[in-house]
Design a protein around this ligand. Structure first.
Ligand code: FAD
Length: 964
């Protein structure tokens, strides 16, 4: 029997004494070591503050960033987009309810952040000449900057945190989970928490506190029933929302939920963002595109949900029409950068993107500022309404902020918070006692209902009563259930520190659930499409409700609301005209009278507390109302014990472990970690930021597993001379070490100095035995500008297709049109397609003569599309017009694209005929090409003919083109 077990059950740990706490001190405390938190820590340290970074998992792997980052969703890259356009589009996507001063910070600082991340070593997709490959994914704005190798972002950040200068200023404590922010005199002064492995009590004294704990991802229950099978990283349980609330900070937009499209039965996004540039898109079961909305929004989700529920459902991500090259490239991204389990999931069903489109569904509800707008209220420097308390990342309300916004606001928070020095007063004893009770209470009742059961019950209520479509009646029932669940939570049992962590999380989820229900009840209109669709208030009411809905804890401990008019915009948006003005204090929101078999004349039990105001028809107490029961407020609070009557906990399909990043993910360097004592030595050494001489013996070790681990350590720590050492390792006798060195060089491409000494080993590797290493060598030589035309021409004769494709990209980077013409005759279609694309960048129409006659449909299509950038003069325009009659739709689509650059005669007439093509992608290409000619009346007339096209993209792009 393992140690610590009695009679087959684990003995409950002892409750540590309140005064046995380990007390830590710092200028700036950062809670949560994900995207925003790591950046906040780095910036605060750079500004001279002593920083303590507390993470309940392990910073190396934790948070939303640890997996699935395949692109920056919202980069305003100069030359590709304008900050003001971005601000206007986010304002529209958020139905007018934004504080533009915050969104503008992301718009204006996002690009510098991209460059800072790049200097750290994060790789963004670039074209052959080094320009950012920004993509237009939605119909409005070009903001998506792909990161096909985004799986390494967290690794890169961790490397920064462990740089010697940073380690002197930033103390990282993994597995410590704060549960409450401590306040004194109305300002933040620290936090209280515990160690999730040892269970010891921890208190922190801090000058300022930055909350960066991510979304509330475990709010709704996924359709699969798995507690941790959420869209969001499941360790993000709304901790920061609850901590901010209890510290007295205002939260805002909590009724604007996060709901996302995702793969049916699998907790991953379908990734239309990734698939779109490859030609994938969402369709209904008839194969029709159906999304009308021009940007990611609740409106888009409403259309999505309606389509799923309609006769036209289910909905699919369509990939089966794509050529093999695109499918395999997508598989590489989706099954590595996105989620490794994804390939296993599809394979388990016997599905393949070549044969089955991917069935999609909608996610459970959550709270998230980054994908939606539900968060802690912050100003344009991440300051909350509590002095010295900051919030950044997904838990802060800066709508549609995503990853780059989390970095920007982490940076802003770190810079501002660095002005504070460690708090020297007494920590508030009553708050410490309450936090201690909150953490350790389940140990007093080890045989009580376990966390999975209570959490399952709570989140089932969220699905039943809070998920849209919402109604006053269902939301009122929700409020009653959540109030009753205080009793279930009080009875919950735990024995281990890990279980204590999960129990504390259930408390956060309950708080978030009540906030979500009450906020939804308070906003008596519908807005943000599906996010806040109320069946009893179906209209959007800009007169009463072009307001933020702020929520805070009142002095008596209840949730109270204020409607705050949207401030006049910095960037005007035609559809909305906010005028600002005084906030409307709404007070507490009371549940409606429901769940009776008829009209009830007297208020339900609990609302009759002395001083409780009458419940208005809107369910919101009138100005200044302050009645109701204590605790969670509302009608149901005064009914302790009621939970027992409906204690359905007991069936817990949610108890299983979920897929995705979770607390407790182990560490380890490469395969073989732990198999040799030398590797353990190496791992210990890695913690101390070794220099290259210290690593050399391991790079030369006789055991290839040790050499491989040494390559991984080099990649993680990047001491001076790393490039040279990795390039040398490309000639290692062991193929796995060579492959690891190649992968590492690719990973570090943005941070390796282009030292001339690198050229010789890289050039030698171009002739090495493994294709994967040869292709890495060509790529690195191109990116570091260390190669030349002769070297790349050699690579064009390589037997491996992947190396020749890299050679084509390299030849584009040196403007070698002659050699690209040679590549256009390659035996491989993939190389010929790449050559046609390349000639579109550096060639002339005449250079495309061969690919335009190619026997392969996709090569001809690529060559035609390339004419759109080289220009499409006679006789190429005539060839394009003729190609509109080709039997292959890909060729017809390419031909329509070519006519973008042709003279209006004959382009417009030919494109008009393309608008009646049987294939939606040809019609779409026709509409996009006609946009280039939209100054002409005949082009506009042609565009008007597709107003009723069955394809949503065709309709919408035509509408946008004629709007000008
Ligand atoms: C599946 C998915 C895919 C995405 N893809 C993209 C994309 O491709 N492009 C893009 O721009 N954006 C994307 N996003 C959004 C982006 O990842 C987030 O907006 C961003 O990472 C949020 O950063 P954050 O710091 O707020 O949260 P996180 O990075 O999740 O960090 C929160 C951290 O806080 C820790 N924590 C939580 N509670 C506590 C506590 N009580 N004590 C201590 N630590 C705690 C967590 O363990 C975690 O490490 C995606 C999000 C998801 C979920």
């Amino acid at each position: 029997m393992p140690e610590g077990t009695v009679g087959g059950t684990t003995e409950a740990m002892a409750i540590p004494a309140l005064d046995s706490a380990e007390e830590l001190s710092c200028d700036v405390l950062v809670i949560g070591g994900g995207t925003a938190g790591t950046m906040a820590a780095l910036t605060a340290a750079e500004h001279g503050a002593s920083v303590l970074l507390l993470e309940k998992a392990h910073v190396r792997h934790s948070g939303a960033l640890a997996m699935g980052m395949d692109g920056v969703n919202n980069a305003v890259v100069p030359g590709r987009a304008e900050p003001d356009d971005y601000v206007a589009e986010i304002t529209r996507a958020n139905d007018g309810i934004v504080d533009q001063s915050t969104v503008r910070q992301t718009a204006t600082r996002g690009f510098a952040m991209v460059q800072r991340l790049e200097a750290y070593g994060v790789k963004f997709e670039k074209d052959e000449h080094g320009a950012y490959a920004v993509r237009q994914v939605h119909r409005s704005g070009s903001y998506v900057l792909p990161m096909p190798e985004g799986k390494d972002v967290k690794k890169v950040l961790y490397r920064q945190l462990r740089r010697r200068e940073m380690r002197e200023r930033i103390r990282i404590e993994n597995r410590i989970m704060p549960v409450r922010v401590l306040t004194s005199g109305g300002r933040a002064v620290g936090a209280a928490g515990f160690h999730t492995r040892t269970g010891h009590f921890v208190t922190v004294r801090a000058g300022a506190v930055i909350l960066a704990t991510g979304a509330c991802g475990r709010l709704g229950l996924p359709a699969s029933g798995y507690l941790y099978g959420t869209y969001e990283n499941p360790t993000n349980a709304g901790d920061g929302y609850a901590m901010a609330y209890h510290a007295g900070a205002a939260l805002t937009g909590i009724e604007c939920f996060q709901i996302n499209p995702l793969i049916k039965d699998y907790n991953g996004p379908a990734c239309a963002y990734v698939a779109n540039p490859f030609g994938g898109y969402q369709v209904n079961r008839h194969g029709e595109r159906f999304v009308e909305s021009d940007y990611w929004s609740g409106q888009m989700m409403a259309e999505f949900a309606a389509e799923v529920a309609s006769e036209r459902g289910p909905v699919y991500l369509k990939l089966s029409h794509l050529p093999e090259e695109s499918v395999s490239a997508l598989e590489t991204i989706l099954h590595t950068t996105e989620r490794p389990t994804r390939g296993t999931f599809h394979a388990g069903r016997g599905h393949d993107y070549r044969t089955h489109d991917v069935e999609m569904h909608i996610s459970e509800i959550g709270l998230c500022g980054g994908h939606s707008a539900s968060g802690v209220r912050v100003d344009d420097h991440a300051r909350t309404t509590v002095p010295a308390l900051y919030a950044a990342g997904d838990l802060a309300c800066v709508p549609h902020n995503y990853m780059i916004g989390a970095f920007v606001f982490g940076d802003l928070a770190g810079a501002d918070a660095a002005q504070y020095r460690a708090y020297e007063g007494e920590l508030p004893h009553d708050q410490l006692r309450d936090a201690h009770e909150l953490i350790y209470r389940p140990l007093r009742n080890p045989d009580g209902p376990p966390q999975p059961q209570v959490e399952y019950k709570l989140r089932r209520f969220v699905n039943d009563y809070v998920a849209p479509p919402k109604s006053g009646a269902r939301l009122s029932l929700a409020v009653e259930h959540f109030a009753r669940m205080h009793t279930d939570l009080a009875a919950m049992g735990a024995r281990t520190p890990h279980e204590l962590m999960r129990c504390a999380e259930v408390g956060f989820i309950r708080d978030c659930a009540e906030m979500a229900a009450r906020s939804s009840l308070a906003r008596t209109e519908s807005r943000w499409g599906l996010y806040h669709a109320r069946t009893d208030h179906p209209e959007t009411d800009d007169t009463e409700w072009l307001h933020h809905l702020d929520l805070r804890k009142s002095a008596t401990g209840r949730m109270e609301f204020t409607a705050r008019p949207v401030a006049p915009y910095l960037v005007p948006v035609d559809e909305y005209r906010p005028v600002g003005g005084a906030p409307r204090f709404l007070g507490e929101v009371h549940p409606e009278q429901v769940a009776t078999a008829g009209r009830r004349d007297r208020p339900p039990v609990g609302a009759s507390v002395v001083g409780a105001p009458a419940v208005g028809a809107e369910g919101v107490a009138p100005l200044g109302a302050d009645g109701g029961a204590g605790g969670g407020g509302g009608t149901a609070v005064a009914t302790p014990g009621a939970a027992g009557a409906d204690a359905t906990a007991g069936t817990t399909p949610g108890a299983g472990a979920g897929v995705g990043a979770a607390a407790g993910v182990g560490t380890g360097v490469g395969p073989g970690a732990g198999t040799s004592p030398r590797i353990l030595e190496l791992l210990a050494l890695a913690e101390d930021q070794p220099d290259l001489p210290a690593l050399r013996p391991y790079l030369a070790d006789p055991d290839p597993a040790v050499r491989r681990a040494a390559v991984d350590t080099l990649t993680e720590t990047v001491p001076s001379g790393t490039g040279q050492a990795l390039a040398t390792a490309l000639a290692d006798p062991d193929p796995a070490v060579r492959a690891a060195a190649g992968a590492s060089l690719r990973e570090l491409i943005e941070v390796l100095p282009p030292e001339p000494g690198l050229r010789a080993p890289l050039a030698a590797a171009v002739h090495g035995p493994d294709a994967v290493v040869r292709s890495a060598a060509v790529e690195v030589l191109r990116a570091l500008r260390l190669g030349d035309r002769a070297l790349f021409v050699t690579a064009l004769t390589d037997p491996a297709v992947e190396v020749r494709v890299q050679a084509v990209r390299a030849l584009v980077s040196v403007d070698a049109a002659d050699e690209l013409r040679r590549a256009a005759r390659d035996a491989s279609r993939e190389v010929r397609v790449a050559a046609a694309h390349g000639l579109g960048t550096v060639g002339s129409p005449g250079d495309l003569a061969v690919p335009l006659r190619d026997e392969d449909v996709l090569v001809r299509a690529a060559a035609l599309a390339a004419l759109a950038t080289t220009g499409c003069p006679p006789p190429y325009d005539a060839a394009a017009v003729a190609a509109l009659g080709d039997p292959a739709w890909q060729v017809r689509s390419g031909a329509a694209t070519a006519l973008t650059a042709a003279a209006p005669e004959p382009a417009v007439a030919a494109l008009r005929s393309a608008l009646s093509d049987g294939h939606a992608d040809v019609r779409k290409a026709g509409v996009l090409a006609l946009r280039a000619h939209a100054s002409r009346a005949d082009a506009r007339q042609a565009l008007a003919t597709v107003a009723d096209d069955p394809d949503a993209d065709v309709r919408a792009y035509a509408r946008l083109a004629t709007k000008g």
